[in-house]
Design a protein around this ligand. Structure first.
Ligand code: ZN
Length: 111
């Protein structure tokens, strides 16, 4: 999900407050970044990774020169609220229209 204006402003203010370096760690280009999307990664559990279970929301920071992407946890920044998860179908059992039903098991990713 792309950041709206309010989320972009919140991200910039958070980066300033934490003194996050704005030069790219890959190519060194100064101040050439843009906010990307809010993305999510599955959380590894003892029984593996399962699509449809709780995820870690992260925000992308993308270098405008080389395309290097950095990720920051979205919850501590405040640009993603836990109560929004159900509405955005990030929790198991709330994936309406995703081809799953209550009796289906989450997909398992073997690593
Ligand atoms: Zn770069």
């Amino acid at each position: 999900m792309a950041l709206d204006q309010s989320q972009q402003r919140m991200l910039v203010e958070w980066m300033d407050s934490k003194k996050i370096r704005t030069d790219c760690p890959a190519c060194g280009t100064p101040d050439s970044w843009t906010p990307g999307d809010i993305v999510a990664a599955p959380i590894s559990r003892p029984d593996g990774l399962h699509v449809g279970r709780e995820v870690n929301p992260m925000v992308e920071i993308i270098c405008g020169n080389c395309g290097h992407i950095r990720f920051f946890a979205a919850l501590p920044i405040g640009i993603y609220k836990k109560e929004r998860r159900g509405k955005e179908h990030c929790d198991a059992g709330s994936r309406a229209g995703a081809g799953e039903n209550k009796n289906s098991k989450p997909y398992t990713i073997s690593l």
